[in-house]
Design a protein around this ligand. Structure first.
Ligand SMILES: C[S@@+](CC[C@H](N)C(=O)[O-])C[C@H]1O[C@@H](n2cnc3c(N)ncnc32)[C@H](O)[C@@H]1O
Length: 282
């Protein structure tokens, strides 16, 4: 699938509100992934790094590419429950503003930030990445870490991020490319799991940022490096099924398992992972 196929899918059939509801529901199971709603990074096939450490490693890789200095202002677009924001605030000494479209995540993220003792350094807001309530050039840098694949209109997200980042600031995002053919049923499954418009290749993945005015300075194709995530996640889900059922009820947990298992099996086989580093020209 390439750019033409992406353009054929109208953005209007896929709403941000539905994405918010999806993450409200998924949020209940966030403990499975230690609060990290993103993939992990493994060096090679012999790398046995434990699941949560591999996830934090990917956060750090993203953070290093943002070229942050202590005291700077970082925008986290699609911040989940603020686990990456907490990691980045601690490691780089930056002030983070996180936005999410899920009300449940705002509450959970705000709680996590307070628990971490970082309420002065991290603020969380309910906002849509397509129309953000921030002044132009408000931030030194921005990231959209595994949130970009959920965007109904990726160009619009990039336009908004370009507006709110200062000249010379960085923007790092990830996207999930689909380079092989997918059946209509598989596409529907991706869409139901908020991945509505996977790019066909790196050129398609960088196009929305370039169209918004960013210069792409680095692209990484990490498909093979993140692939163990899917197996590890499903293993953990199996091991913790009964504990989760005690907390959330069997019906809800079984529905989650029934939805996420074929999705992640498909992702493991057919979905890739790109990390894209951009700079707003001076
Ligand atoms: C896969 S999660 C990633 C969360 C977080 N970046 C992390 O790595 O843990 C996707 C995130 O994007 C957020 N999101 C999706 N659509 C959004 C929108 N239109 N505006 C703001 N946030 C959005 C979701 O609420 C969720 O927090």
């Amino acid at each position: 699938m390439g750019r033409a196929a992406m353009a054929e899918t109208p953005a209007a059939d896929y709403h941000s509100e539905a994405v918010g509801e999806y993450y409200d529901e998924v949020g209940a199971f966030v403990e499975l992934v230690g609060g990290n709603l993103h993939l992990g990074y493994w060096e090679d096939d012999r790398d046995n790094t434990p699941f949560p450490i591999a996830m934090t490693r990917l956060t750090t890789m993203v953070g290093e590419r943002l070229a942050l200095a202590p005291g700077q202002r970082l925008l986290d677009v699609g911040c989940g429950v603020a686990t990456p924001a907490i990691t980045l605030a601690r490691r780089f000494g930056v002030a983070v503003t996180g936005i999410t479209i899920s009300g449940g995540e705002v509450a959970a993220a705000t709680h996590e930030v307070a628990e971490a003792g970082l309420a002065e350094q991290i603020s969380i807001q309910l906002a849509d990445a397509a129309a953000m309530p921030f002044a132009p050039a408000r931030f030194d840098a921005a990231l959209a870490f595994d949130s970009f694949p959920t965007a109904p209109d990726k160009r619009q997200w990039c336009t908004e991020i370009f507006r709110t980042v200062r000249p010379g600031g960085r923007f790092v995002y990830s996207d999930y490319p689909l380079s092989t053919a997918a059946t209509p049923a598989e596409r529907e499954m991706l869409r139901a799991n908020t991945v509505a418009h996977p790019p066909g290749d790196m050129a398609a993945a960088t196009a929305p940022a370039e169209a918004a005015g960013f210069t792409v300075t680095e692209t990484l194709d990490l498909g093979e490096r993140v692939r163990p995530y899917y197996t590890e996640f499903l293993k953990r889900l199996g091991a913790q099924r009964d504990t989760l059922a005690d907390r959330y009820g069997s019906e809800r947990v079984d529905a989650f398992v029934a939805g996420i298992t074929p999705m992640y099996e498909f992702c493991r086989e057919k979905l890739g992972y790109y990390l894209i580093v951009c700079r707003k020209p001076d």
